[in-house]
Structures are given as structure tokens and as C-alpha cells.
Design a protein. Structure first.
Length: 160
């Protein structure tokens, strides 16, 4: 996913990228990417490029509760400023700024998309809130514990 910087018009423009090939060949991804769409808003102001990306990625994941495969779509956004001029590195107060080497004509968007997609994965990624396989597994793993008789008197201590 390369952005040709020297062909971008001044002012605002938009580009759409839909190739999932790089994600599919990435060995660091532990799930199967199926579809990807990156809507990239670009605002070129002189030597600066303000990128506003909206990423939607559909993939096959393994449910952490039921251990079954399911399809889900991850949504995320990123904002980045690209600049050729190092003077902007100190004064910029946006999300992220990247200095592009002089005379560079392309910028690789893949690291931004990769990080954006991976950060969109929930900490606990399950197929649904009421995952039946997860409930069944949880019931199998629960151990019925009988309360210790020595502590039984404390149970009703604050009920008076």
C-alpha cells in the first residue's frame, strides 16, 4: 500500500485501498484476514500531508471462549502528519508525525494499517456475548467448592 506523494494534488483528496494481500502474508498475524478497506483522506498543505485513515478489516478469528472459528470485522482510525521539513517536528500537536526523507516520492501505508488493525482487536475476542461453547466450557471448568465450616459463623455476622 504505497501512497505516491508527488502525484497528490494540493488541498483535500481521498483515496481508497482494498488490497488485503500484505496482511495475508504477514507472519505476525495469528488470524486469517479476508477483506480490507482503507479510506484515506489526504490534505496536502505545501510540504505537509495530513492523513486521516479509516480502516475496516474482516477476518476469521478463533473464539477465546469456545475455541471455534468465527468471522468478525475490525474498525479503526488513524491520523498522521507526514512532512519533509524537520521544523514541524517540534511544534506539531497532532496524533503522530512522520518525517519523510528528502526526495522520497512514496510512503508505505502498511505499517499504519497493520498497527491500526491489531490495536482494534478486543482484549477478550469472543464470537458473541452469549457464546454457547464458551458457557459450556466455563461450566466444565467450574469446581464446586464447599465452604469451610470454620468460617460459617462469619457468613451471617453482618446480617443482624
Amino acid at each position: 500500500m504505497k501512497l505516491a506523494l508527488n502525484t497528490l494534488p494540493r488541498g483535500k483528496s481521498e483515496q481508497i485501498f482494498d488490497s488485503v494481500a500484505q496482511l495475508q502474508h504477514d507472519k505476525s498475524i495469528e488470524w486469517k484476514p479476508l477483506r480490507l478497506e482503507l479510506k484515506l483522506g489526504i490534505d496536502r498543505q505545501g510540504q505537509n500531508f495530513y492523513l486521516n485513515g479509516s480502516v475496516s478489516c474482516t477476518g476469521l478469528f478463533i473464539c477465546e471462549a469456545g475455541m471455534e472459528e468465527f468471522e468478525a470485522t475490525l474498525e479503526s482510525n488513524f491520523k498522521v502528519m507526514l512532512t519533509f521539513d524537520s521544523k514541524y517536528l517540534e511544534g506539531y500537536e497532532g496524533d503522530e508525525i512522520i518525517q519523510i526523507p528528502a526526495h522520497e516520492s512514496e510512503f508505505d501505508l502498511y505499517p499504519l494499517v497493520h498497527d491500526s488493525v491489531l490495536l482494534a482487536i478486543p482484549i477478550s475476542h469472543v464470537c458473541s456475548d452469549d457464546c454457547e461453547a464458551g458457557k459450556a466450557l466455563k461450566q466444565k471448568l467450574e469446581i464446586e467448592v464447599e465452604p469451610d465450616e470454620r468460617w460459617a459463623k462469619l457468613k451471617d455476622m453482618f446480617n443482624e
